[in-house]
Ligand binder design. Sequence first.
Ligand code: SF4
Ligand SMILES: [Zn+2]
Ligand SMILES: [Zn+2]
Length: 307
Amino acid sequence: MKCSHCNRQAVYYQRHSGRHLCKKHFIYDFEKRVRYAVKKYRMIESGDKIAIALSGGKDSVALTFALDRLYGERKDVEFVAITIDEGIKGYRPPTVEIAREITSQLGIEHHIVSFKENFGMALDEMVKLGDKKPCTYCGVFRKYLLNRTARELGATKLATAHNLDDETQTILLNFLQADIERLARLVPQRVQKGLVMRIKPFREIYEKEVVVYCLLFDLPMDMNECPYSYFPVRAAIRDFLYDFENKYPGRKYSVMRSFETLIPCLKEMFPQIDLNACEKCGEPTPKRVCQACVLREELERAKEQIR
Ligand code: SF4
Ligand SMILES: [Zn+2]
Ligand SMILES: [Zn+2]
């Protein structure tokens, strides 16, 4: 099949636009949508130091590569990558290695921050000690370390690799669970003291396009799934969206556009509150003590009990 724009062989059929794209036009189209999202929400501005949350999985590797390709030459923007090593045996070490390789190839400063060094135990140990789900510890501590490290490095923004699939799943998930406050947290450009602003340059990119982008540039792709991964409701929504998109291409964009239309209402309903400094660690929190400190103390108590 020929590309819809030139005589070259197509490598991808873009269902939502009905176009066949060759390698050159696929990359052009992909990066155009990254640039569009970046510009629309002023994700990258002159003077920014962008910390990239680089797990070493395919999405964050593609994000690091794309940001470097698109903005790496700019003298007024700086990039640094942060990898959080949660301590998940067999799963995390290979992706930490990939993160190391890609940042060294691109010449991007890279910081690896581990749960073990910061909280005294790896996620694998936390899971054995505590009574919470692995993803609860993982999510709270990862966000905590990413934010603190980015801020300490002087970063003005924290880029994550969430793509159109991730975002639309989260939008629907919050909607179906009637958690509109959480939905409001997805509003781009939220500014809160102590929190480095999150940016999501892949919010207009389908997950399968990220895979194709990786393949076309021969980027390392680790497709392994975390052994603790267990999100039954999200998985149901993912499957529903997948089928819906298959039958009616472009509907993930419709979900995204509907959400964007609601942004002014969401901002009005849930104005951003000033955060407190945690009484224990000083990190930002809406409460007196941050969730990371609450969980850390619970785990320390559990550890004491078995001594
Ligand atoms: S699936 Fe859960 S435990 Fe595994 S990396 Fe993701 S949040 Fe962490
Ligand atoms: Zn072409
Ligand atoms: Zn704290």
